[in-house]
Every structure is written in structure tokens, then in C-alpha cells.
Design a protein around this ligand. Structure first.
Ligand code: ZN
Ligand code: ZN
Length: 441
């Protein structure tokens, strides 16, 4: 595929002409994507480490799937008629005419892998998580990216409401670990294939009786997906939505019981929540428990950091055996926005020991010394820009090195090295072997 692309751009130019013509153009990152410079990456690593640690405590294991799949996978799982599949996927064909798409979300790939590798054969519960980029061709706006990143969890093989509450408690622990504050948990039940159709029919009737009062999108939703009317953000629709019947009043006995047990387990784990009867999912295979965690730091419309719920039909839709599923996806960019500016906790950039040298011979000694110390787990640093000793020491200060050691002819012959603690200027003379002990103490 790259070869096609390359020849299309370059065709007609010799290599030299090509470089000559385009040399002055600055190449920038693609619209809707962003770089993470080292300082920002530190926070991302912290977030990822917190996920790995806390999810691990609950028995979750990481799954890594490819970032592109056959388009058919998303058309079947997300729905061929959805905006995501119709307008937002990056889709391309290979030379044989097969169509692939960059993944717009993670669940479809996880379920595909679950089926493909026969994970269901043991009949147990599978606790999986993923971390990685997703791609959607949306109009770029604040907080929306075309390459965005998610941490997601899928637990397959059980419909126990306690498992749902456990997943949410796990999220709480994760956010606590990261000291994220001000998140509100919203929960709802979206019913099941037994009770939802009647509710949707009722919604549709109500929408049609006063059709002219609703926004044009809602009028359209009345036909295609009446449930989505409930989360319309148009101000004019708000008082109308308030008057609509809620799904809670129309849940079947089993759904009602499931929802009440789920909330009991949340109470048991002392996880605070609010029931939001307007919280819905657009896709048919979502059933029963649904939830979001929202922050007022994200503005009124796109305020969810996490969204998730139960999907009991998805594994079957993708050709696997009937399997219960529950999961969530968390937007890392949104989480970073909610976390705001943080003092830089990590000191990993500051060296433990700065090695100064006087001449070529001591430079070589320092190279060997640095190699030895790194083997001992010490962050050793030396200058490669030909600075004078004085300038080297200035650099050591600027980097915030904890110790310095200047190596010259005398140190090399005697095998004794002066180790200076920068904090208070305390100086000790030690052997080569003792350096790491001193620096670590
Ligand atoms: Zn039901
Ligand atoms: Zn509306």
C-alpha cells in the first residue's frame, strides 16, 4: 500500500527534483493528531502505569490487537448505518481490493480476538484490558482528535451485576491512585430485548404527536433511533425530554431486579452514583447496565471521561457463542484535561551522578565508569560537547545532578575518586567499587 502512495506522489519527478521542489516545505503533524513531548509523556506513563497496576489487582490482563482490521468487523459490530462507520472511519483498500479500516474503538477488536483464539472454550470469565490509539475522521475541535487514545476494559463470560459494580469500583481505585477529583458516576439501565422495544415504540409515538416542537435531528431520530433523543443537547429539546416517560418505568421484572442488585453492590462498595434516566447507548446490543463518569471540567456537551455498559449480543453478532460482556472505554486526552496542570513528580531526568573529566584519557575512563555505574542501576551522565571542566560543573548544576565526580590523572592512578554531594557540598573519597554504594545510600 505504501508503494502505491509513494509512486502516486513522486511519479514524474526524479529523486533529486522531488527533494529540490519540496525541500523548503515544513512538514507538520496531521490535523487532529498531536505529539507528546517528553514532559507530557511522563503524565501519560503515570496514567498507563496506574491502569496496569490497579487493573492487575482485579485480575485483568492486557490484550494488544492490531490498529487496523477488516472494515466488515466494524460495520457488523458498530452498525453499518452509524455515523462512525458511514463517515468517521479511515478506510482504505489494498491492491487486491480488500477493505480495511483503522480501528475507531477497541471493543470490536477485543471480541474478534476473543472468538478467533477460542478464549471462550474454558467457560470461565475473561478479564481483559487494552491501551492504545483509536482513529476517527471527525471535524477537529477542542478536546477531539482524529487519533485519540483509550484505555478500555472488557470482561466476558458473566452477567453478574456484582461484576459490573466491581469494574466500577476498580475505576474508582484507578482515579484515586491518580488523585483525580470531581468525577460523577451516572448509571442507568437500558433494558433488554424483552422490554426495550415497547419503550422505544412509546417514545416514537410521543415524538410523532408533537413532531414540530423537536429539533430536526430529533425528528430524524424518532425514525432511526428514538433512544438517542434522550441525550439530545439542543436547548429547545430539554423541556420536552423532561416530559418523556423514562425507561426505568418500563423495565421488565428481570431488568429491574438486575439494576437494583447492581446498585446494591455499588452501595456495598461505597461507590457514590446518581441514576440518570437519560443515559442511553445508541446500539442495539447494549443491554441493562450502562454508566458514564463525567467531569464539569470538560464543558457541557462532551463531558464523559469514561463510558461503558453491558453488551450481551456482541460476541454472537461477530460469530462467536452466546457470551455476556461488560466493559468501558476511557479517553486518555480527556482524563489529562480533567487532571489539569500537575507538578512534575518524576525526577527521572536528573542524573544521580555527573562525571567530569579533564582530558581525553580521563574522558575514556569516565565512559567506562559510566557504563559500570549504569550496570549498577545508577543514572550516570557525562558531557559530549567538549565543555571545559568549569562548564561541565555548571551543566551538572543545571541538570540537578545529586553527585559529581571529577576524574583526572591522579584519580586514575590512585583508583580513588572524590565524590561530592551537591546538596551540601559534602565530599568523600572512595574506590571505584564504592561509588555506587555511596550514590545509592
Ligand atoms: Zn428487560
Ligand atoms: Zn433535539
Amino acid at each position: 500500500m505504501e508503494i502505491y502512495w509513494e509512486t502516486r506522489i513522486i511519479r514524474g519527478f526524479s529523486d533529486l527534483e522531488y527533494r529540490g521542489n519540496f525541500r523548503t516545505m515544513k512538514i507538520k503533524s496531521v490535523r487532529g493528531t498531536h505529539d507528546l513531548l517528553p514532559e507530557a509523556t511522563q503524565l501519560w506513563q503515570e496514567i498507563e502505569a496506574a491502569a496496569r497496576h490497579n487493573f492487575g489487582l482485579y485480575g485483568y490482563a492486557e490484550l494488544r490487537t492490531p490498529i487496523f482490521e477488516e472494515t466488515e468487523l466494524f460495520a457488523r459490530s458498530i452498525g453499518a448505518a452509524t455515523d462512525i462507520v458511514q463517515k468517521e472511519m479511515y478506510t482504505f483498500a489494498d491492491s487486491k481490493g480488500k477493505t480495511f479500516s483503522l480501528r475507531p474503538e477497541g471493543t470490536a477488536s477485543v471480541v474478534r480476538a476473543f472468538i478467533e483464539h477460542g478464549l471462550h472454550h474454558d467457560g470461565g470469565i475473561h478479564r481483559l484490558y487494552y491501551i492504545g490509539p483509536m482513529f476517527r475522521h471527525e471535524r477537529p475541535q477542542k478536546g477531539r482528535y482524529r487519533q485519540f487514545h483509550q484505555i478500555g476494559v472488557e470482561v466476558l463470560g458473566s452477567d453478574h451485576p456484582a461484576l459490573e459494580a466491581e469494574v466500577i469500583e476498580m475505576l474508582h481505585r484507578f482515579f484515586e491512585h491518580l488523585e483525580v477529583e470531581g468525577l460523577e458516576l451516572l448509571v442507568n439501565s437500558v433494558g433488554c430485548t424483552n422490554c426495550r422495544p415497547a419503550y422505544i415504540q412509546l417514545l416514537r409515538e410521543q415524538l410523532n404527536t408533537q413532531a414540530s416542537d423537536w429539533c430536526s435531528q430529533c425528528r430524524q431520530r424518532a425514525e432511526t433511533n428514538p433512544l438517542r433523543v434522550l441525550d439530545c443537547k439542543t436547548p429547545d429539546c430539554q423541556p420536552l425530554i423532561e416530559k418523556l416517560p423514562t425507561i426505568e418505568e418500563h423495565l421488565c421484572e428481570e431488568c429491574r431486579r438486575h439494576f437494583s442488585r447492581f446498585r446494591n453492590y455499588l452501595d456495598l462498595q461505597q461507590v457514590p452514583y446518581r441514576v440518570d434516566p437519560r443515559l442511553v447507548r445508541g446500539l442495539d446490543y447494549y443491554v441493562r447496565t450502562t454508566f458514564e463518569m463525567v467531569s464539569d471540567r470538560l464543558g457541557p456537551t462532551q463531558n464523559a471521561v469514561v463510558g461503558g455498559g453491558r453488551y450481551d449480543g456482541l460476541v454472537e453478532i461477530l460469530g462467536g457463542p452466546a457470551t455476556r460482556g461488560f466493559g468501558f472505554a476511557l479517553g486518555i486526552e480527556r482524563l489529562v484535561t480533567v487532571m489539569g496542570e500537575r507538578p512534575n513528580k518524576s525526577q527521572s531526568v536528573a542524573p544521580d551522578l555527573f562525571l567530569g573529566f579533564l582530558d581525553d584519557a580521563s574522558f575514556e575512563e569516565c565512559i567506562q565508569l559510566a557504563s559500570h555505574l549504569r550496570g549498577e542501576g545508577i543514572h550516570a551522565y557525562l558531557d559530549f560537547q567538549g565543555r571545559s571542566l568549569k562548564a561541565q560543573m555548571r551543566l551538572a548544576n543545571r541538570l540537578g545532578s545529586r553527585f559529581t565526580c571529577v576524574v583526572g590523572e591522579e584519580e586514575m592512578t590512585s583508583g580513588r575518586f572524590p565524590l561530592k554531594r551537591m546538596e551540601d557540598g559534602h565530599l568523600v573519597t572512595v574506590t571505584r567499587e564504592e561509588i555506587s554504594v555511596q550514590v545509592k545510600s
